[in-house]
Design a protein around this ligand. Structure first.
Ligand code: SF4
Length: 370
C-alpha cells in the first residue's frame, strides 16, 4: 500500500479507505478548487521561505498559472492567504532555530515492508520542527499530515498554519516508532472489519467511496428515511428529523460532486456507457473561448457605436474587489473596497436587481442566529 501524507487524515478516520484501494482512483488528475488554490499559495510561500522572495507582484501570474479549466483562482484571495502565510511563518520561525531550514522534498518512507508513505514538508528543520500550511477549512485530523512531516525529518514539534483562519496549531510529534505503530494499528483495525462511515467519506475524497459496502448500506438506509421526510411539510417535523435530513442532503450533494469525475474516469476507460433504449453516454470535448477585453476594445469599437460599447462589458464585483486587494496597502483592503462601492453607488453605477436578494444557509454555533 502506498499512502500519501496528505491522505493520512482520511486513513486515520477510516483505514478501509486506503488498504487494498486501487491507486488509480487516488490520482489527482485535475486538482479540486481548494487544491488548486492551495498549490498556488504553497508556490508563493515556498519562494518566500527559501529565497526570501516576496512575490506579491507575481500573485496574478501565479493565480492564472494554477487556475484550472473549471476554476479561476481569485488573485485577491490568493494575496490574502499568502500574507497570512508570511505572518504565520514569522510567528513560528523561532522554533526552527538558525540555519538548516528546508522545504523537504517528497520522499518515500518504508513504514513496514508493505506500507510505503510518501511525504514532503512545507518547512522543516532537522530534529527541531516541521510546519505545514493549510488553506482549507480547519479540521482536527489534519494533525496527521504534520505528524508525517515529523516522521520525515525527525522533528520534535509540528505546526499547522491555517491560512484562512489565521490560526496556528502546535503539536508535540510522535517518535518514528510511535508513528509507525499507529499506522500498523489502523491496518489491523481495517482487517478486523472496522469502517467508520461519516462526512469524511466524500469530503476527503475517499478512493473507495463508489464501491464501499459500508457507505452504500449507510446511504441506502438513510435515503429510505430521507425521501419520505422531504415529502412532508418541514414545519411539521421535529428539529432532529430536519437536522438529519440536512445532513443527508449534504452527503448526497458531496456524493453527487464525486459522481461526475468518477463517470468521466469510467468513460475514459471504457469509451462509452450504454444507458438503455439504444443510447449510450460518450465524452465530447468542447473548447470554450473568452474575449480579452483589453485587446478587444479597438475591434469592438469598429463594429458597435461608442454609446453601446459599455454594454459589451460586464464588471464582475468579485474581480473588482480582488484587483483592489492587490494594490491596497496591507490592512486597508476592506476600507478601499467599501469606498469604491460607496462611490459606485453615489454615481448610480451599483444596480440592485429587485427580487434577487440571496439567502444562504451556513453552520454556526447554537444561539448564533442572525
Ligand atoms: S467511503 Fe467512507 S467508510 Fe467507506 S472506505 Fe471510504 S472513508 Fe471508509
Amino acid at each position: 500500500m502506498i499512502l500519501r501524507a496528505s491522505r493520512l487524515p482520511l486513513f486515520m478516520l477510516c483505514p478501509g479507505s486506503h488498504v487494498d484501494a486501487d491507486p488509480e482512483r487516488d490520482r489527482d488528475d485535475e486538482p479540486s478548487e481548494p487544491a488548486a488554490l492551495g498549490i498556488a499559495v504553497h508556490h508563493l510561500l515556498e519562494s518566500y521561505l527559501l529565497f526570501d522572495l516576496f512575490e506579491a507582484e507575481f500573485v496574478e501570474e501565479i493565480a492564472e498559472k494554477h487556475s484550472t479549466k473549471d476554476y479561476t483562482i481569485d488573485a485577491g484571495e490568493l494575496a490574502f492567504l499568502f500574507r497570512n502565510g508570511t505572518k504565520g511563518w514569522e510567528s513560528i520561525k523561532p522554533h526552527f532555530g538558525d540555519g538548516a531550514l528546508a522545504v523537504e522534498e517528497r520522499k518515500t518512507l518504508n513504514i513496514t515492508k508493505d506500507i510505503l508513505l510518501t511525504v514532503k514538508a512545507d518547512v522543516a528543520s532537522a530534529n527541531k520542527a516541521v510546519g505545514e500550511y493549510k488553506s482549507g477549512r480547519k479540521e482536527h485530523v489534519a494533525e496527521w499530515q504534520v505528524q508525517a512531516g515529523g516522521r520525515l525529518c525527525g522533528a520534535q514539534w509540528g505546526f499547522l498554519v491555517w491560512l484562512r483562519e489565521q490560526a496556528i496549531d502546535t503539536y508535540r510529534l510522535l517518535t518514528p516508532e510511535e508513528f509507525d505503530a499507529k499506522i500498523k494499528t489502523q491496518c489491523e483495525r481495517y482487517h478486523a472489519g472496522e469502517r467508520t462511515v461519516g462526512d469524511h467519506c466524500f469530503s476527503l475524497y475517499c478512493p473507495k467511496a463508489d464501491t464501499c459496502p459500508a457507505l452504500i448500506a449507510d446511504f441506502n438506509g438513510k435515503t429510505g428515511k430521507f425521501l419520505p421526510a422531504i415529502a412532508e411539510t418541514y414545519t411539521l417535523l421535529a428539529p432532529e428529523q430536519v437536522a438529519a435530513a440536512y445532513r443527508m442532503a449534504r452527503m448526497m450533494e458531496q456524493g453527487l460532486k464525486r459522481f461526475w469525475p468518477s463517470l468521466n474516469l469510467y468513460l475514459d476507460r471504457h469509451g462509452q456507457l450504454p444507458i438503455g433504449n439504444g443510447d449510450a453516454l460518450v465524452r465530447r470535448d468542447t473548447i470554450t473561448s473568452k474575449i480579452d477585453s483589453s485587446l478587444a476594445l479597438p475591434i469592438i469599437e469598429k463594429y458597435v457605436p461608442a454609446e453601446q460599447v459599455p454594454n459589451c462589458f460586464a464588471v464582475v464585483k468579485e474581480n473588482l474587489k480582488g484587483q483592489i486587494g492587490l494594490v491596497a496597502e496591507p490592512g486597508k483592503k476592506a476600507q478601499r473596497v467599501r469606498d469604491c462601492m460607496k462611490e459606485l453607488e453615489a454615481a448610480g453605477a451599483l444596480v440592485y436587481e429587485r427580487g434577487r436578494a440571496r439567502q444562504t444557509i451556513k453552520e454556526s454555533e447554537v444561539g448564533d442566529a442572525e
